[in-house]
Design a protein around this ligand. Sequence first.
Ligand code: NI
Length: 136
Amino acid sequence: MRVTVNRKAHFNAAHRLYRNDWSDKKNEAVFGKCNNPNFHGHNYELIVSVTGAIDPETGYVIDMKVLKDIIKSEVEDAFDHKNLNLDVPDFKDLNPTAENIVVVIYNKIKPKLKANLDLTITLYETPRNFVIYPGK
Ligand code: NI
């Protein structure tokens, strides 16, 4: 019997989508508003989903307090009120699209979990636009 437990979190961050090796015109055409040279912010909403067996002793899949602390140290402390392009080394050479951000978050949290737990990350960039990465 495997159960998925979910915890929501959020962070505010600025970004700009562009490629150095493209002209301004092509960047503008491909990335539109998200190419704004002066950056812009999003209120990112995150759902961290952990799937595993229920521990017969505790009745938990994972202690929510433990999960909360992992999300705080790996995501909130690293991304909240940051400029993803300039302040976060993960995006030094990686366009901070929602797709790339969700993979970075997965790769930061997964090693902190017991190996027998599966992880899926859902990231909302806007209330209507969201991406999901189940790690495969
Ligand atoms: Ni944007």
